[in-house]
Design a protein around this ligand. Structure first.
Ligand SMILES: [Zn+2]
Length: 320
C-alpha cells in the first residue's frame, strides 16, 4: 500500500477512513454525512452547552455555535484540518456566475482570498462552457472543526463545488436545501459515466487547477482517470488533482496559505508528476473498489479539543 495525502492533510495508508463528504447542517443532529444530505428550510439553533469551558468539550461543539465571524483582521490560523479563521467573509449567496447551496448550514464563509478565488473561477469557467458554480460547503463563520462531515475546511481555504452547472435562474431556498448534485461516476466505479460527463466538467476542474492560488483539488478517482485521458500534452496542472473518497458529486478546491496569515501551516507542494500512473491504478484495485469489511470495528478518533488547536483559535472563538 502506498502513502498518500488526505484532504485532511494527514498522510494515510491505503484505504483509511472516508474523507471529505459533504455534511448535514451544523444545526441538525449529527449523523453520517454523505454528499447528498439535504438541508432544511427551518434550521434550529443548537442548545446551549452545559459546560462550554470544560477542556474536554469538543472544539466542534464550540465552533458550531458561532453564527457570525470573529470581527478581527482576516487571517487563517493553523492547518486545513486543525485550525480556525478570523475575519471571515461570506460568499454572497447569489452572484452573476454562482449560487450557494444548502444555506441552512451557514458554511459559506472563507478567507477573503478564497472568496475572491471562487468569484474569479466562476467567471473564468463560464468562458470554458461551464455555466456558473453551485457552491457547497466552505467553512463555518469562525472556521474550526464541524459537527458533521469534513476533516478539513477548518481554516477558510477549502471549498466544495458541485459537479452540476448552475441553472439559468435563481434557485429557491427550498431547491438549495433539497436538490441533489449530479453523480458523474459510472456504476462500476471504474470510470466516469459517459452519459453525464462533458468536456465542460473537465474544463472547470482544469481551470481551477491552473489558478496559481490553488494548492490541491480532490476528486473521485474515476474523474482523475478521465482528466488524465483527455489532457493531451498540457499536463502540469494534473499533479494538483488528487483522487479521494467521497467526491463523486462535487470537487474540493484548496488554496494556498494567504500572505496575510503567518500562522497558516502550508502543505507540501504537489509532486511534479501528473499522478496518472501507478498512484491512480491503486484506486481501481479490488481492495479499493470492493473493500472487505474490517474484522474489528475501527475506533473513531477522539474529537479535537481547544487545546489541540493553535492557541490563537481561543481568541477567535471568544471574540465578541
Ligand atoms: Zn470538501
Amino acid at each position: 500500500m502506498m502513502t498518500m495525502t488526505a484532504p485532511s492533510g494527514a498522510p494515510v495508508r491505503g484505504i483509511a477512513a472516508c474523507g471529505a463528504a459533504l455534511a448535514l447542517a451544523a444545526w441538525l443532529a449529527p449523523s453520517g454525512a454523505i454528499a447528498q444530505d439535504k438541508g432544511t428550510l427551518n434550521p434550529q439553533p443548537l442548545p446551549p452547552l452545559a459546560k462550554p469551558d470544560d477542556p474536554a468539550t469538543a472544539a466542534k461543539e464550540l465552533f458550531a455555535r458561532k453564527a457570525a465571524p470573529a470581527p478581527l483582521q482576516a487571517r487563517t490560523i493553523g492547518f486545513y484540518s486543525k485550525g480556525c479563521l478570523a475575519g471571515a467573509v461570506a460568499l454572497p449567496i447569489n452572484g452573476p456566475t454562482w449560487q450557494v447551496m444548502r444555506l441552512s448550514r451557514n458554511r459559506n464563509w472563507g478567507h477573503p482570498k478564497l472568496i475572491e478565488f471562487l468569484e474569479r473561477l466562476s467567471a473564468q469557467a463560464l468562458k470554458t462552457g461551464w455555466h456558473g458554480l453551485l457552491v457547497g460547503d466552505i467553512s463555518q463563520p469562525r472556521g474550526g472543526p464541524m459537527l458533521t462531515g469534513h476533516a478539513s475546511h477548518q481554516v477558510g481555504l477549502d471549498a466544495d463545488i458541485w459537479l452540476t452547472p448552475m441553472p439559468d435562474r435563481e434557485l429557491t431556498r427550498k431547491e438549495r436545501e433539497e436538490i441533489s448534485a449530479t453523480m458523474v461516476v459510472a456504476e462500476d466505479r471504474r470510470d466516469i459515466d459517459p452519459q453525464v460527463w462533458t468536456p465542460a466538467h473537465a474544463a472547470v476542474i482544469r481551470t481551477a487547477a491552473k489558478d496559481p492560488e490553488v494548492a490541491r483539488i480532490f476528486v473521485n478517482a474515476a474523474i482523475k482517470k478521465a482528466l488524465c485521458r483527455d489532457a493531451g500534452n498540457d499536463r502540469r496542472w494534473l499533479g494538483k488533482v488528487r483522487p479521494w473518497w467521497g467526491h463523486d458529486y462535487h470537487f474540493h478546491v484548496r488554496i494556498n496559505c494567504p500572505a496575510d496569515s503567518p500562522d497558516c501551516a502550508p502543505q507540501p507542494p504537489p509532486e511534479a508528476d501528473d499522478g496518472c500512473g501507478k498512484d491512480l491504478d491503486y484506486w481501481f484495485t479490488e481492495a479499493v473498489l470492493h473493500p472487505k469489511p474490517s474484522p474489528v470495528p475501527t475506533k473513531p478518533k477522539p474529537p479535537l479539543k481547544m487545546a489541540d488547536l493553535p492557541a490563537a483559535c481561543r481568541q477567535v472563538l471568544l471574540a465578541p
